[in-house]
Every structure is written in C-alpha cells, then in structure tokens.
Design a protein. Sequence first.
Length: 269
Amino acid sequence: MDSSTLTAPAGTRGDRLLGRKVLVTGSSKGIGRGIAIRLAEEGADVVINYNSDPRGAEEALAEVQALGRRGAIIKANLGTVPEVRDLVARSAEALGGLDVLVNNAGIEKHAAFWDVTESDFDAVLNVNLKGVFFATQAFVQQCKAAGRPGKIVNISSVHEELAFPNFAAYCASKGGVRMLTRTLAVELGPLGITINSIAPGAIETPINTRLLNDPVKLQSLVRQIPLSRLGKPNDVAGLAVFLASRDSDYVTGTTYLVDGGLTVFYQEQ
Ligand code: BGC
C-alpha cells in the first residue's frame, strides 16, 4: 500500500461526506466557519448562518463554492425561536433536505456572578441553550417528516464540565447542552438520529479576543495545556467530520473533549 494514503495532510479533500446536506449555525467565523469549510472539503453541501458578520459569511460561502460544493447564506439570530425555525426550514429548502445539524453558534459574557444582568443572562442562555434546543427540534421534525436518519453535532465547551469563574451563565448553558445531548440520544435513537457534543478548550477564535490580547493571562492558560498551545478551528473540525459521517453511526449521547489535555491536567501547586 502507498504509505502516502495513510499520511494525507489535514485539509486534504476527501469524500466522506459526499452529498451530505449540512447546516452549521454561527459559521461566518471561528470554529463554525472552520467546520463548515472542513465538511465541504469532505464533499458536504453547507448552509452558512450568521447574525452579525455578513462579510465573514460571504467569505465562508466563497470557500465552500471554490471546493465545488453547493452552499447558501442565511441570516438568523439563534436567540430568537421564530428565526431559528425559519433558518432550519429555509436551509432544508436551499439544499433539498438536511442530513446534519451542527449547533455551533454561541456567545459568552464576562461578569462576576453578583453583577450579571438579566439581559446578559437571557442573551447567553437564549443562544447557547434555547437556540440549540429549538434548532434541534426543528431539525428532528424535518427528519421525521422525510423519514430520514440524521446527525446532530453540538459545539459545547470544556465548561460543560469545568468551572469557569465570571462566566456562570455560560457554564449553565453548556451544562444544559450536556444533559440535552444525553437525554436526546435516548429519545431520538429509535428515529435513527444520533446526537453528540464536541467540547473545545481554548481555541483561537473571536470569542477569545480578550484573552488573546492579554499576554499574562494567555501564558498562564497555555501552562495549563499539556499540548502547550491554544487550538485552532481546524483542530475541532476533524472531529466534526467524523461525527457527521457514517463512521460515527454507533456513537450517540457522548461528549468529546478537544482541549489539548486541559481538562485532565491537575497541577499540584
Ligand atoms: C470559552 C473560552 C475559554 C475556553 C477555555 C471556551 O469555552 O469560550 O473563552 O478560553 O473555553 O477556558
């Protein structure tokens, strides 16, 4: 066997997802954009969703199309249920059905617990948990109506497990996603629908701008990561390919950490 087939570099185009129709929420930037492009590299047609970054969405779509795949851009705020439902319906219309939903859109707000406002709490929970809940519900309704199986991939966080002081609402939302993933694995299994979560650690994306601009905080975080660096969106995207592909057909209700070892690294002071 030609050994080069075993050592294909990351990003090499394959056909593991040929013809699969995918919606990636929040895919104009960061992890979502990395996933959208990586899935297209494997043959998927992809709907790019954005809320505040139309230019990023255009760039992502151009990359999807340059790979020879079909795509569309749909604007929707994941924190508003009618927009979420409309996004899923229009995505299915644009691609002629949906096989995979990647619930990626997410936000976080920094504040001491005693200062968190109701509007910030609602903003975080609405996008990170309510949006995931109702996007998943709309996707499942599509699958049921079409009599097709489906795959749901949630982009959670190490903070579905690890404490994150000053981000209590964010942690509560990701803890909610963890239990939603487990519960829906049971409820949706009989429909042939799988649901799993990816829990990224510190990834270089716009959500981390504050951290990336603070060399002291950044260094102290990198010291807690056994692989000694922050991750990149592409570090997360490879696992999304697996979870969107037939290779994961017997996997459901699970969270995969993609964190360079951060979660399991206990350092005695
Ligand atoms: C958060 C980042 C944080 C990282 C590691 C992510 O879920 O969005 O702000 O740096 O977890 O703590």
